[in-house]
Design a binder for this molecule. Structure first.
Ligand code: NG6
Ligand code: CA
Length: 506
């Protein structure tokens, strides 16, 4: 009898163990989905105080995890933020990390650790579906008819479905594993950012063909694609050119397919969405829905997309082992080059919320962005005011994945995993904010270094934060950075100046 029982137990164990092992494996290797908005501001999300626009799905994500109130992108514009996200290095240390044109060469070093490589090394399948904006190939000239490399695949993504730069820059095409999707080889693509190529009409010469007018002095008057003037000239590739109204659903469908195909193994999925970056041209079902013009509609589209991803995670039964992170690559801007209603139909909406500045500003709104995380072993329904940076995701995930970051690499990335899970409320001690100029934050204090750039940019109606004078703000008492205390607290000023110098010397 005992022998029989033993055999039964052994059989049972044999059946159960693989499942147990699998469950344990999954526990230590949760999927990670990182959704990255483009130009979404601190005040654009309901959970962060927006009242003129409803973001039910972002609020749902926020409620299921931790919402950070002092989280930062690595720069107040796109490329430098994304560079830092990938490499764990401050972008201002490295030349060539400014906003890239659509024909730029890849700027991510191939011999260094990157965020996706970290996951790959830990046995994950990795993918990017969305906006890239980190350059492709070895030089500006490239053969768009063939696979363009190096690119996202060489920097650590097993699968890539991207567009090369920004939605307002040519080439306006999708690329799957670095090949242009739906390209007719008899109609090859040529791209030039200086001189006109081909015979396609331009916004400058044929404004009557535009379905959305460009703002003057913004440079969106080159090749017209889908009735919208772009930055840069493009010829050929007519069958491959996207229709802006389809960009979002194209990315969403591709991301969902990837999730379905990889639901039974650990995956890292990076979803850099295009909203609400210009040109804002949402799908028909969102047009006019927000009452705030196409920018507001694009935010509704973004929110819906996030909801679709959350629903898919639930439908696939992977919610318990999937971490979802959401943030934005820089702060908001209303007029970024098109007459799309963002200014005229603003209706009192405050895209930066209580913060001063915008995208491209060294004031808080440039880099302080929505940031939420949710998933297994992460606190639920919490708000954290810890100072964190997107640059810290690399070192933090290395902790989760038990992967070493090679010595001397990703040196600006700090392991804040216990802050991200809510186990501790302590974040960074200091952080360097970046736009044209630099600022250093320590505790409640923020120092903005003197900078020769213009303080105000007329074309975008934005404050840059640049000033020839040193600026010192107490963010606890003055989150709107109105009261420069540099003269009143010279010792504090000196302390922060010294700390910034130390950071620069690193
Ligand atoms: C600016 C563009 C702006 C946008 C931005 C990049 C002009 C005048 N404006 O140069 O429209 O494309 O670059 O945005 O050219 S970002 O979010 O990708 O950094
Ligand atoms: Ca951006």
């Amino acid at each position: 009898m005992i022998r029989f029982l033993n055999a039964k137990i052994i059989c049972l164990l044999m059946v159960l163990t693989p499942g147990l092992v699998l469950a344990q494996k999954r526990e230590s290797k949760p999927n990670v989905i990182f959704i990255y908005a483009d130009d979404l501001g601190y005040g654009d999300v309901g959970a962060y105080g927006a009242t003129k626009i409803k973001t039910v799905n972002l609020d749902r994500l926020s409620g299921s995890g931790i919402r950070f109130t002092n989280a930062h992108s690595s720069s107040a514009t796109c490329t430098p933020s994304r560079y830092a996200l990938m490499t764990g290095n401050y972008p201002w240390r490295v030349k060539g990390t400014d906003i890239l044109s659509g024909d730029a060469a890849l700027i991510i070093p191939l011999d260094r650790i990157t965020l996706p490589k970290l996951f790959k090394n830990a046995g994950y399948n990795t993918a990017i579906v969305g906006k890239w904006h980190l350059g492709l190939g070895k030089g500006v000239k490239k053969d768009w008819s063939n696979r363009v490399s190096p690119g996202p695949n060489e920097t650590g993504f097993d699968y890539s479905f991207i567009f090369p730069a920004t939605a307002d820059r040519v080439p306006t095409v999708f690329m799957e594993n670095q090949r242009v999707v739906a390209l007719d080889l008899n109609d090859p693509i040529e791209v030039d950012y200086r001189n006109k190529v081909g015979n396609d009409p331009t916004g400058k010469d044929n404004p009557e063909l535009l379905k959305m007018k460009a703002s003057p002095d913004h440079g969106h008057d080159n090749t017209i694609v889908n009735g919208i003037g772009r930055i840069g000239f493009m010829s050929g590739g007519h069958s491959a050119r996207w229709v802006d109204e389809e960009i979002s659903t194209t990315f969403l469908t591709t991301a969902k397919n990837y999730m379905r195909e990889n639901a039974d193994r650990p995956f890292f999925l990076y979803v850099p969405l295009t909203e609400p970056h210009v040109p804002r041209m949402p799908a028909t079902m969102f047009k006019g829905k927000s009452g705030l013009g196409y920018r507001g509609d694009a935010i509704l589209q973004l929110d819906w997309t996030v909801g679709q991803i959350l629903d898919e995670v639930e439908a696939l039964g992977i919610k318990d082992n999937t971490i979802i992170v959401f943030s934005s690559d820089n702060g908001p801007v209303l007029n970024d080059g098109y007459q799309d209603g963002a200014v005229t139909q603003r209706n009192g909406h405050l895209p930066a919320g209580v913060l001063r500045g915008t995208k491209g500003s060294v004031f808080e709104a440039g880099t302080r962005v929505p940031f939420m995380i949710s998933g297994p072993n992460i606190a639920k329904g919490k708000v954290s005011d810890a100072l964190i940076g997107q640059i810290d995701l690399l070192a933090s995930f290395s902790k989760l994945l038990k992967q070493n970051v090679p010595l001397g690499e990703a040196k600006d990335s700090q392991d804040l995993w216990s802050t991200l899970t809510g186990a501790t409320k302590t974040g960074r001690e200091i952080y360097v904010e970046h736009s044209e100029g630099l600022a250093l934050v320590k505790g409640n204090w923020k120092y903005i270094e003197p900078n020769a750039g213009v303080p105000y940019r007329k074309s975008t109606d934005t404050e840059t934060g640049n000033s020839p004078e040193p600026q010192l703000y107490n963010l606890r008492d003055d989150i709107g950075e109105k009261n420069n205390l540099a003269k009143k607290f010279p010792d504090k000023l000196k302390e922060l100046q010294k700390l910034l110098q130390l950071e620069k010397d690193k």
